[in-house]
Structure formats: structure tokens, C-alpha cells
Design a protein around this ligand. Structure first.
Ligand SMILES: C[S@@+](CC[C@H](N)C(=O)[O-])C[C@H]1O[C@@H](n2cnc3c(N)ncnc32)[C@H](O)[C@@H]1O
Length: 203
């Protein structure tokens, strides 16, 4: 089954319940978003809107985009857009900020690369993007049947692409101020880490 169909199934059955507020969104707001001027932010791969809701509460003009019809169906909001990250329906230099948390690694390397080009295109000069990617060392890349709940059963077996810092530098070559952070954890094992790269960069 294709990832998009699996995501539609997940949202249709209300299996994805991310934490609110998401710490990454909070830190992005706290350290990178101007509190002085009205900004436009793209929440790319917005899922069921948790991060969009957070940024809206901060009085930011949010555009919420996702390829899953089922994710967006129930959201009553006038700036929701169904699209793929590789082909964004926005004009050049449109957004002050782009937030893309845990989205791109559900795609092939080629699609990730194209999506990063699109993020660069639609970001304004001096605009800032925060993108979470999956490390090629992450346990997430090991397919398993030992999943604890319905969401994990579907999510663990999706196709995912891990990446390393050398590839990241290449993909983000057109950006400035590239910062590669990391978040890794496993509550029950030190040998099976979930490892994510948190990329912050500007145009
Ligand atoms: C793990 S969820 C993250 C949702 C949200 N960003 C969050 O942090 O709660 C991944 C989301 O990315 C979306 N997605 C994956 N690949 C995509 C693509 N190429 N274009 C648009 N959306 C995509 C899925 O539909 C899903 O809603």
C-alpha cells in the first residue's frame, strides 16, 4: 500500500494523536519567529492541524498543507491546501517561515530533494525554515511486526528514507545559516534509538 493511502487510513480511523503543543513548534516560535511583525507561515505536512493551531494562537497567518484528503477533511479552515511537498501551489518568495515536522522522510530521496527545492522557492529572502528529517541510523528504518497499537502497526511499515549530515548539506546547499540539530530517544532501550535531524536554515 502507498504511504498516502496509509496516511488516509490513519486519519480516517482517527489513529494519529500527536502531542499538543509540539515542543519543536514551541522552540521554533520562541527562538526564530519575529514577535514584532505579522508573518506568513506554511505548516507543510500539517496532518491533523496541531502545529497550525499553535501558530494560529500566536497570531501568525498560517497556511496548512498536506497530501492527505482525510487529514484535511474535518478541518474547518480557509487556508488549508491539499498538495504534495514536491509541487507546492504557491508563488516564489511567499512565506516568511516554513515548518515541516516529520513529513519528508515518508518519501523517496528524490522526492525529499525536490521538496527542499520547493521550500527554497516559496520561502522569502531571509525567511526561515525548520524541517525534521530521519537519520539513516534510526530504528524507524527497521520494519517490525512487534507494534503496540494500530497506529504503530501502520506507521512502522511505511516506506521511509533516512539521511546523513553529508547528504543534508548537499540538499540544503542553496540555503544560508544551515544548522543541523538532533533529537533522539528510546524510553526502553539504548540500542534502538529513534533519531531525527532538526534542520534550521534561511534563504
Ligand atoms: C507524522 S505526520 C506529521 C504531521 C504534523 N506535521 C505533526 O507534526 O503533527 C506526517 C504527515 O505528512 C504528510 N505527508 C507525508 N508526505 C507528504 C508529502 N510528500 N506531501 C504532503 N504531505 C505529506 C502525511 O499525510 C502526514 O499528515
Amino acid at each position: 500500500m502507498k504511504n498516502i493511502s496509509i496516511w488516509n487510513k490513519i486519519y480516517k480511523n482517527e489513529l494519529f494523536r500527536p502531542q499538543y503543543p509540539n515542543q519543536n513548534a514551541e522552540y521554533f516560535y520562541l527562538y526564530h519567529i519575529s514577535k514584532k511583525k505579522k508573518s506568513k507561515l506554511l505548516d507543510l505536512g500539517c496532518g491533523n492541524f496541531v502545529n497550525s493551531k499553535y501558530f494560529l494562537e500566536k497570531k501568525i497567518s498560517v497556511y496548512s498543507a498536506d497530501f492527505s484528503y482525510e487529514a484535511l477533511k474535518s478541518i474547518n479552515y480557509n487556508k488549508k491546501i491539499i498538495c504534495r511537498s514536491e509541487n507546492l501551489p504557491f508563488k516564489n518568495n511567499f512565506f516568511d517561515y516554513i515548518f515541516c515536522d516529520s513529513v519528508l522522510y515518508y518519501n523517496t530521496f528524490k522526492q525529499i530533494n525536490k521538496s527542499i527545492e520547493e521550500i527554497h522557492r516559496v520561502l522569502k529572502k531571509h525567511g526561515i525554515a525548520r524541517i525534521t528529517l530521519l537519520s539513516d541510523k534510526s530504528i524507524d528504518l527497521v520494519k517490525t511486526k512487534a507494534a503496540s497499537n494500530k497506529f504503530n502497526k501502520l506507521e512502522y511499515n511505511m516506506n521511509k528514507t533516512g539521511i546523513n549530515p553529508k547528504q543534508i548539506k548537499k540538499c540544503f546547499k542553496n540555503f544560508k545559516n544551515l544548522k543541523i540539530g538532533m533529537s533522539s530517544y528510546n524510553y526502553v532501550s539504548i540500542n534502538k534509538q529513534k533519531i531525527f535531524y532538526i534542520i534550521t536554515c534561511s534563504k
